[in-house]
Design a protein around this ligand. Structure first.
Ligand SMILES: *Cc1c(COP(=O)(O)O)cnc(C)c1O
Length: 351
């Protein structure tokens, strides 16, 4: 029986007492072959669907370990800055552990689904009229002053927990050797975590290869690609609307060591891929999660040769988190009378 990723990968995630693990049985998410996209672009593309985690994003992987460690260390409260998913996950694991949870969020740029999660799990929510980078600055100052456990990806246990996604990908691929791991980059914690995971799996001889790490950003918040701080990051992909990635240096190392790259794409391409993924592959993700695929395809269209490459794209968050994005961009047909004849006329039954 699956009892969460600490239980499964205990060897790589030591705890003092296995009875005190704080888990919602996160992890063990599906790796789905992208049939339509693979055929169309002549690649072997798989989707690591992290939206299947208990709070709907990969953040649960880091949070189970960070909160387990907070409990081990007798912490009474946890705190984070968030573009949404970290707060949803912190609030859920905080509730499970019986810890007070405080979240500081950019008021205007957070998907409603994520906000409602933090609310219902019972976190203390402080929206600020500013962006994520400022929220994190404030949280860092507060944790220096008070005995609160920071659960942003500055917390090394977050990265430790998140590295298990690399183990799962390798386990799920079996004998197939992964060429490229592609993922969206915001604070650059996840790309750091995947690289650590692949290296540990390689060192412990669970795999005999290492994939290249490809990190993708939105043009308006491409702090890694442009190698600078973006003062006013802008993108429809709110989860990666970050101008000052806290794990910048580690992420650079991951990309350099693995001979990978950073690349950015437009909001328009993100929006197009959002629709393609749902309508051609049946996989509904939040906008930020489309960047690795939109990015891979943008590279191919720019002459990059990725023919027959085995690529895993990490789909970081569930589409249900940001329903507004769909409802604001696509038209819902107006309601009609429940009349059989009328409806028969409306539907094209001959196709
Ligand atoms: C947090 C998050 C990211 C960015 O991950 P980093 O570790 O900050 O680079 C990407 N997509 C989604 C959906 C997220 O919640």
């Amino acid at each position: 029986m699956w009892r969460g990723l600490i239980d499964k990968y205990l060897k790589y995630l030591p705890v003092k007492n296995i009875n005190n693990i704080v888990s919602l049985y996160e992890g063990n998410t599906p790796l789905i072959k992208a049939n339509w996209l693979s055929k169309r672009y002549n690649i072997e593309l798989y989707l690591k669907f992290e939206g299947a985690n208990p709070t709907g994003s990969f953040k649960d992987r880091g949070m189970t370990y960070a909160v387990t460690k907070a409990v081990e260390n007798k912490s009474k409260a946890i705190i984070c800055a968030s573009t949404g998913n970290t707060s949803a996950s912190a609030a859920a694991f905080g509730a499970r552990a019986g810890l007070k949870t405080i979240v500081i969020l950019p008021e205007a740029k957070i998907a409603k689904g994520k906000l409602s999660q933090a609310m219902i799990y019972g976190a203390e929510i402080i929206p600020i009229k500013d962006n994520f980078d400022r929220a994190l600055e404030i949280v860092r100052k507060l944790t220096e002053k008070y005995s609160l456990t920071l659960v942003n990806s500055l917390n090394p246990f977050r990265i430790e927990g998140q590295k298990t996604a690399a183990f799962e990908v390798a386990d799920q691929l079996g004998k197939k050797k992964l060429d490229i791991l592609a993922l969206p980059v915001g604070n650059a914690g996840n790309i750091t975590a995947y690289w650590k995971g692949f290296k540990e799996y390689n060192e412990t001889e669970m795999i005999d290869y290492l994939p290249k790490m490809y990190g993708f950003q939105a043009d308006g918040s491409a702090a890694m690609v442009q190698n600078k701080v973006i003062k006013k990051p802008e993108t429809i992909a709110t989860a990666i609307r970050i101008g000052k990635p806290v794990n910048r240096d580690k992420a650079k190392i991951a990309v350099n060591e693995s001979k990978g790259l950073f690349h950015s794409i437009s909001d328009q391409k993100i929006k197009e891929m959002h629709k393609i993924l749902a309508s051609k592959e049946g996989v509904f993700v939040e906008p930020a999660s489309t960047t690795p695929i939109a990015g891979i395809i943008n590279l191919i269209e720019n002459g990059y040769n990725l023919k027959h490459k085995k690529i895993v794209a990490v789909l970081t968050g569930n589409g249900l988190k940001d329903q507004e994005f769909v409802l604001n961009n696509y038209d819902l047909p107006v309601g009609v009378k429940g009349n059989l004849k009328h409806i028969e006329n409306l539907i094209n039954l001959m196709d």
